[in-house]
Write a protein that binds this ligand. Structure first.
Ligand code: DX5
Ligand code: ZN
Length: 222
């Protein structure tokens, strides 16, 4: 399984208090999480705004946890350098906007970090196929991006399963990630479909310490 040996839960900091994102990071760190998911929204590709590279750089000073940076931007290729310099460990970019995806993916890897390609719930996997040999991670949105707290779209798991089969047959080693509405009830169906990285914002941060530990163990010790 590529650069991970077992599945991982990546709390989404979007669900934290945006006047104090460091506290959501601290919770994930104290819980022993190995990844944190950071959502970057531009108000164009998605109908919401979140935060930018300065926030990522300031959070970087507070933790050495793996920074999984999800760019929801109309022109992601224009903003790769600032997020790389801010300390991202992985930068993922959407397939839907029109830009040179391959060049952007290569640029991220060329900077010595991991890359990822993301598709929305209604985007077919066909456009992904030619990129699968060039990516460290494929992120399947299980909600339409823009807001936390939405309902998980079960049908996306059919696409996950299809890409997992291609991964196996072609001996690719990218990770598969799901993002949006993920809660404890989705862990087993997602594991069965081939998911390695589980992003969870609302469902993770609303739990108490014990609940968060159980949620994480159901993924990481499955
Ligand atoms: C949605 C974001 C997600 C979001 C997930 O646009 O990409 O990462 O933070 O939050 P929950 O788990 O609340 O759906
Ligand atoms: Zn995300």
């Amino acid at each position: 399984m590529s650069f991970l040996r077992k599945p991982v839960l990546a709390p989404s900091i979007l669900a934290g208090n945006h006047a104090n994102l460091g506290s959501a990071l601290k919770i994930a760190d104290a819980d022993g999480r190995r990844w944190i998911h950071l959502d970057i929204m531009d108000g164009h590709f998605v109908p919401n705004l979140s935060f930018g590279p300065q926030t990522v750089a300031d959070l970087r000073k507070q933790s050495s946890i793996f920074f999984d940076v999800h760019l929801m931007l109309a022109e992601p290729d224009r903003y790769l350098d600032p997020f790389i310099q801010a300390g991202a460990d992985l930068v993922s970019i959407h397939l839907e906007p029109n830009y040179d995806h391959l060049a952007a993916l290569k640029k991220i890897r060329g900077a010595g970090i991991k890359n990822g390609i993301v598709i929305n719930p209604d985007t077919p996997v066909d456009g992904l196929i030619s990129l699968l040999g060039e990516v460290d991670l494929v992120l399947f949105m299980t909600v339409f991006p823009g807001f936390g707290g939405q309902k998980f779209i079960d049908e996306v798991l059919e696409k996950v399963h299809r890409v997992d089969e291609i991964r196996e047959h072609s001996k690719f080693d990218f990770l598969i990630e799901v993002d949006g509405g993920v809660g404890p009830e989705h862990v087993q169906p997602c594991l069965d479909a081939g998911v390695d990285v589980f992003v969870a914002g609302t469902a993770y941060y609303k739990l108490d310490t014990d609940g968060r530990r159980q949620f994480a163990e159901s993924i990481e010790e499955a």
